[in-house]
Design a protein around this ligand. Structure first.
Ligand SMILES: Cc1cc2nc3c(=O)[nH]c(=O)nc-3n(C[C@H](O)[C@H](O)[C@H](O)COP(=O)(O)OP(=O)(O)OC[C@H]3O[C@@H](n4cnc5c(N)ncnc54)[C@H](O)[C@@H]3O)c2cc1C
Ligand SMILES: *[C@@H]1O[C@H](CO)[C@@H](O)[C@H](O)[C@H]1NC(C)=O
Ligand SMILES: *[C@@H]1O[C@H](CO)[C@@H](O)[C@H](O)[C@H]1NC(C)=O
Ligand SMILES: *[C@@H]1O[C@H](CO)[C@@H](O)[C@H](O)[C@H]1NC(C)=O
Ligand SMILES: *[C@@H]1O[C@H](CO)[C@@H](O)[C@H](O)[C@H]1NC(C)=O
Length: 557
């Protein structure tokens, strides 16, 4: 099944792969951001030093957390990647696909992997984390998320934390031809009402926020360090790969995290240790955090023993309940050229699916794959012709299908073996069928007519698909379910692996270990809202405020 399922993704990917050859014009000089003054190459870090707070992973949640804590305390951020602004592709929307495809080097900002399900996927490996490589769409969580997440949220602080992020790095996008047509198509397909530009999660069709500004420049979690961190009390070490958390287990009754070991590019080991009352925060993401806990001896005892890792604390659910929202949809070459766009509009349905869209310029060389048929504009051996590929996708709410992660190596640089078990829960399949039927409605809308091509053979107009079209009979449940399984892809919203209530408590403390918390996508049972980054950015700020507050007043549980 894995090979079948990945077939579509592979083909679309191989079309997109060719875009690697495109060299993109860089319209803006890359300025050195203000946070650079407290960013150090890990090789320049001392062999040992002491901090109030150590944040492992300078990503989407880690940066706002660090910026907040540095207001009062001495903070260290350890990030395995480099800084984003030295990679021009990271700074623009046009660089999105080239970034995902240029992952050959061990320090490239996107670390790609293929899950055991056969689906290509990616992790951020750069300051700013996945917010520095993502599609930039920004939308707050649904109200249900706050009720069901297992934490006791103070919604006033939640709102203030979202605003803190939005003031600095969130913009209103300008819709061009494809996204405007998509918005109209969603409304014609009955995904109403129209809510205009809105950061809140509201049923219907809306324009969401973006972290790309009016000049097309990306902002990311890394920028929050520049805007908000106290430069006198923060150190950010890049190319600093954390190997494990040091836990003192004896003679204390409750084991306690006391520091971390990290390694620089020259292979030297450094120790970062906690001061009294300090804490370590794991913000290494849904794959990095469970991996680090396992490598630190915090996980299922028999499993750790099978790797010869000394067991610090038996934790049966580390690396379990790992989820990824399946993405399904169609792509076609439109009859009229489209301007490049990543996600800007979302359709929030009441039937378990969210609809989004993108348009990408790719070279049309896919004849070599015997896939798109003859390329009339490009005789053999000539230069490629550039076409736009328009994409309509749906992702399901949740999901309920759960997978897991296990080590591939005790070397932290090696990606763990990941399995998401897409569609193993029947409710997920039904949501996908609902979502893909909605895509069919959108394709049938008047707004999509302009993008159909004239078909020489049949004398009719239809979409020129890249990859599988939707089944002809979308009312047939079995056929639609099969389409969902065969064409599954990822929207990169994977989460879980250290769930609240299973690995961490509602204050995100690793249960059974003192001074160790998890603040990133690994704590999430469901993906918040239509797209998670807004809520993970908010989470970093929110937890930072809570830690500062709790430390200033007498201990309350
Ligand atoms: C290609 C792509 C497109 C996406 N598009 C969108 C979108 O448009 N909108 C949206 O809302 N969401 C989007 N997402 C999802 C969103 O970006 C992620 O869910 C979110 O950024 C995850 O945040 P995090 O803090 O959990 O982890 P991350 O942001 O990934 O941060 C983890 C950090 O930890 C570092 N790290 C890991 N291990 C170690 C170690 N051992 N030592 C030191 N550092 C380590 C990593 O390098 C990384 O910087 C997208 C994701 C991807 C990959
Ligand atoms: C970090 O420092 C080391 C040692 O000086 C050097 O080899 C490496 O290239 C530096 N890395 C970067 C990205 O500057
Ligand atoms: C840095 O943090 C310490 C607490 O560890 C605090 O006492 C000190 O005032 C802070 N310094 C600055 C410059 O903010
Ligand atoms: C938080 O913001 C949401 C959305 O704007 C709003 O509906 C809600 O009332 C706010 N909650 C509080 C407690 O301020
Ligand atoms: C699919 O859509 C139907 C009709 O709107 C709805 O009744 C059903 O609950 C949806 N299925 C799921 C799993 O959400």
């Amino acid at each position: 099944m894995a090979t079948d399922m990945s077939f579509h993704s592979q083909l679309v990917l191989s079309v997109l792969l060719l875009s690697m050859a495109v060299s993109l014009p860089i319209s803006h000089a890359q300025q050195t951001p203000s946070y650079m003054k407290f960013v150090l190459n890990a090789t320049d870090m001392p062999p040992e030093d002491y901090y109030d707070y150590i944040i492992v992973g300078g990503g989407t949640a880690g940066c706002p957390l660090a910026a907040t804590l540095s207001g009062k305390y001495r903070v260290l951020v350890l990030e395995r990647g480099g800084v984003p602004h030295t990679h021009p592709n990271l700074m623009t929307q046009e660089g999105f696909l080239p970034t995902l495809l240029d992952s050959n080097s061990p320090v490239s900002p996107a670390q790609t992997f293929i899950s055991e399900d056969g689906v290509h996927n990616a992790r951020g490996r750069v300051l700013g984390g996945s917010s520095a490589i993502n599609a930039g769409f920004y939308s707050r969580a649904d109200a249900e998320f706050f009720r069901a997440s297992g934490m006791h949220w103070d919604l006033r602080v939640v709102n203030k934390s979202y605003e803190w992020v939005e003031k600095a790095i969130v913009f209103r996008p300008e819709l061009k031809n494809w996204q405007s047509a998509v918005r109209d198509g969603f409304l014609e397909a009955g995904i109403g009402p129209y809510n205009g530009f809105a950061l809140d999660h509201v049923e219907g069709t809306k324009i969401g926020g973006t972290i790309f500004d009016a000049n097309g420049q990306r902002h990311s979690a890394a920028d929050l360090l520049g805007y908000y961190a106290n430069p006198n009390n923060i150190t950010v070490a890049v190319y600093a790969t954390v190997q494990r958390v040091l836990v003192a287990a004896f003679p204390l009754v409750v084991p306690k995290a006391i520091g971390v070991v990290f390694r620089d590019q020259l292979g030297q080991f450094h120790h970062a240790m906690l001061r009294e009352k300090g804490e370590i925060f794991l913000s290494a993401g849904a794959i990095g955090t469970p991996q680090l806990l396992l490598l630190s001896g915090i996980g299922p005892r028999p499993y750790l023993s099978s790797w010869g890792i000394p067991v610090v604390h038996h934790h049966p659910y580390v690396g379990q309940f790992l989820y990824d929202n399946p993405r399904n949809g169609i792509s076609f070459v439109p009859s009229v050229p489209l301007e490049h766009s990543l996600i800007q509009v979302v359709g929030i349905t009441s039937s378990g699916a969210y609809l989004e869209a993108a348009s990408n310029v790719v070279p049309f060389l896919a004849t070599a794959h015997g896939f798109l048929g003859r390329n009339p504009g490009s005789p053999a051996g000539s230069l490629p012709v550039y076409f736009t590929v328009a994409t309509l996708i749906e992702k399901i709410v949740g999901p309920l299908s759960a997978g897991s992660l296990r080590l591939a190596s005790t070397d932290v640089r090696v990606n763990p073996i990941v399995r998401f078990n897409y569609f193993s829960n029947q409710a997920d399949v039904e949501k996908c069928v609902n979502g893909t039927r909605k895509i069919a409605d959108v394709l049938n809308s008047r707004s999509m007519d302009d993008f159909k091509s004239f078909h020489l053979l049949f004398g009719s107009r239809d979409f020129r698909y890249v990859g599988p079209a939707l089944p002809a009979d979308v009312s047939n449940d079995a056929v639609m379910q099969d389409f969902c399984r065969q064409t599954v892809n990822t929207i990169w919203h994977y989460h879980g692996g250290c769930l609240v209530g299973k690995v961490v408590d509602r204050n995100l403390r690793v249960m059974g270990i003192e001074s160790l918390r998890v603040v990133d996508g690994s704590i999430l049972t469901v993906s918040p809202g239509t797209n998670p980054q807004a809520t993970l950015l908010m989470l970093g700020r929110y937890v930072g405020l809570k830690v500062l507050r709790d430390r200033m007043r007498p201990k309350v549980i």
